[in-house]
Design a protein around this ligand. Structure first.
Ligand code: ACO
Ligand code: KIV
Length: 557
């Protein structure tokens, strides 16, 4: 049995008048990508300079205005990358780059050496404040730990006096979620007392969920508590930095926005230590799906995946929100049916507002144009097969026909697994379009005889082969189809009723073709069959559909 007694609960926050549950997200926060630092430090093979440059350029293209580019005092690669950005003038003027350092003199000195020449920089210092780390890592009491933060701030301050560009300070009480709230507040305020931020030159106070330890509502309570207890709150940009140990980082980040956070640090696809940082893209796409401008350029998720996978040597999982290969695809019948009907209804009723069952966003909005929304396997139903026929090939099968074709496709999927659209099309062709024997329609002549006949106004002369033997018959009716049917009944003995007819121009493939669908019922036995005809001439496509139905009805095709 699992030894759950080994673990103890993390205390919750006593916040009876919490406000965040009644709020809604109204706008995008300040986004800060920490891919090149927190994401990078978790990689099996951290990025080399060229990869960091490619990733940095992607982040700029996506519209990030704050980018933590590394820990320049940690390694030569980190340092060289930063220097390359500066020397090659690659940092846009409207982007603030951020660098991380521990509160240690030699690391801060090196950091300032690295950032020389940057126009806008955020120097991010941190030290762990949690009860556990105070005890086992630092073996220091509360005052001593607070002093690390104060000393770090002082060191940055003394360097900042000589720094030529614009510089902001960010302070993180690392392991904030394992820190007593009153103590976290005390340390942050000690840093602020030292730094002296103003409304015009605010400090970034970043409250990381370094390890996600609780349900997201507790994190939100912690953030709201801090938000409402800070003195001089207007001189703070309140930032969060959730990790995903419990799989709830996105929820934690979203709830923290309700609780007062202004800024989110996270990574693309949630790469980062252990289970990762919060996935910024998911939060941004969530906003987008609610009609909120995410203020990032996220139209091409495939490009983001491409750069991410190449530089990080990580894979985006197939079920990853908004980005996974399978997230816009339905295999199951009822989902496919609802999507099929939903898209049709939306196009008819309100094409400007996306509302389709099972698809929270329009895949094409994020560049997933070629995504198969519907894929067919043994879990699929008739709606899905009809959707494929329409979306891929332009055949709008009458509802009556859906089941027959789907049953045939299902027989295949039960044997082989997924059935590709081409295979469905080939089944359709074989079943209907190629049902041309033994009755093979050759040609038709249509005459308008309206002033020569009382009830019928169309005469047809129909040539076809029956088991190879050529036959020519005449038929009269109130239109070509009716006349063909009468001719076949009276002169060839096929006594049928026509119970369904529909036709449409084919929108996909050859643009001048029409498709006709017919259902014939044998008047004596009641047996029925569908037929399909295709031709550039609507009369010929209809007659072909009749012959297809006859062959299937009487000759078992
Ligand atoms: C939650 C986070 O993600 S924080 C960011 C973590 N990222 C990284 O660590 C990646 C880059 N880091 C590195 O390359 C290295 O750790 C370096 C270069 C920064 C420092 O290297 P080293 O000094 O050789 O080793 P190390 O990191 O183990 O140093 C630990 C010492 O720093 C102290 N320390 C750790 N964090 C801090 C801090 N934020 N401020 C001040 N001192 C600190 C520890 O108490 C320990 O002190 P001790 O030597 O007296 O026991
Ligand atoms: C440095 C801090 C913000 C960090 O990376 C964390 O707490 O996860």
């Amino acid at each position: 049995m699992l030894n759950y007694k080994k673990y103890k609960r993390v205390p919750v926050v006593d916040l009876p008048d919490r406000k965040w549950p009644d709020r809604q997200i109204q706008k995008a926060p300040v986004w800060c990508s920490v891919d090149l630092r927190d994401g990078n430090q978790a990689l099996v093979d951290p990025m080399v300079v060229e990869e960091k440059i490619e990733f940095f350029n992607l982040l700029v293209k996506l519209g990030f205005k704050e980018i933590e580019i590394g820990f320049p005092s940690a390694s030569q690669i980190e340092y060289d990358f930063l220097r390359t950005l500066v020397e090659k003038n690659m940092i846009p003027d409207d982007v603030r780059v951020q660098v991380l350092t521990q509160c240690r003199a030699h690391l801060i000195d090196k950091t300032f050496e690295a950032i020389e020449g940057i126009k806008n920089v955020i120097v991010h210092i941190y030290n762990s404040t949690s009860t556990l780390q105070r005890d086992v890592v630092f073996n220091m009491n509360r005052e001593e730990i607070k002093q690390i933060a104060i000393d770090g701030t002082r060191m940055v301050k003394s360097h900042a006096a000589d720094f030529k560009g614009n510089l902001w300070l960010e302070y993180s009480p690392e392991s904030f979620t394992g820190t007593e709230l009153d103590y976290a507040l005390e340390v942050c305020e000690a840093v602020m007392d030292e730094w002296k931020p103003t409304k015009e030159r605010p400090i970034i106070i970043n409250l990381p969920s370094t390890v996600e330890m609780t349900t997201p509502n507790v994190y939100a309570d912690q953030i709201e508590w801090m938000d409402t207890h800070f003195k001089n709150r207007e001189s703070i940009i309140l930032s969060v930095h959730p990790h995903n140990d419990r799989g709830c980082a996105v929820a934690a980040a979203e709830l923290s926005l309700l609780a007062g956070a202004d800024r989110i640090e996270g990574t693309l696809f949630g790469n980062g230590e252990r289970t990762g940082n919060v996935d910024i893209l998911t939060i941004a796409y969530n906003m987008f799906s609610q009609g909120i401008n995410p203020e990032l350029n996220l139209e091409n998720v495939n490009e983001i995946i491409d750069v991410y996978e190449r530089c990080c040597k990580m894979q985006v999982p197939e079920r990853h929100p908004y980005a996974g290969k399978l997230v816009f695809t339905a295999f199951s019948g009822s989902h496919q049916d609802a999507i099929n009907k939903g898209i049709k209804a939306m196009n008819e009723r309100h094409p400007d507002t996306w509302q389709v069952p099972y698809l929270p966003i329009d895949p094409s909005d994020v560049g997933r144009n070629y995504e198969p929304i519907v894929r067919i396997n043994s879990q699929s139903g008739k709606g899905g097969v009809a959707f494929i026929m329409d979306q891929y090939y332009g055949f709008k099968l009458p509802k009556e026909m859906h089941k027959e074709l789907a049953d045939e496709v299902q027989k295949i999927s039960e044997k082989q697994g997924e059935v590709a659209p081409e295979q469905i099309m080939s089944v359709f062709r074989k079943m209907y379009v190629e049902a041309k024997e033994p009755l093979h329609f050759r040609k038709i002549r249509v005459e308008d005889i309206s002033d020569q006949h009382d009830t019928f106004d169309t005469k047809v002369v129909l040539t076809y082969t029956d088991h190879g033997e050529t036959k020519v018959i005449e038929g009269f009716g109130n239109g070509p189809i009716d006349a063909v049917k009468h001719g076949l009944c009276q002169q060839a003995g096929y006594n049928t009723r026509l119970t369904m007819y529909s036709e449409h121009a084919l929108t996909k493939g050859s643009d001048s073709q029409a498709a006709s669908y017919i259902q014939l019922v044998d008047a004596k036995t009641g047996k029925s069959a569908f037929g399909v005809g295709i031709s550039s001439n609507i009369t010929r496509s209809s007659v072909r559909a009749i012959f297809s139905a006859l062959n299937r009805l009487y000759y078992g095709q």
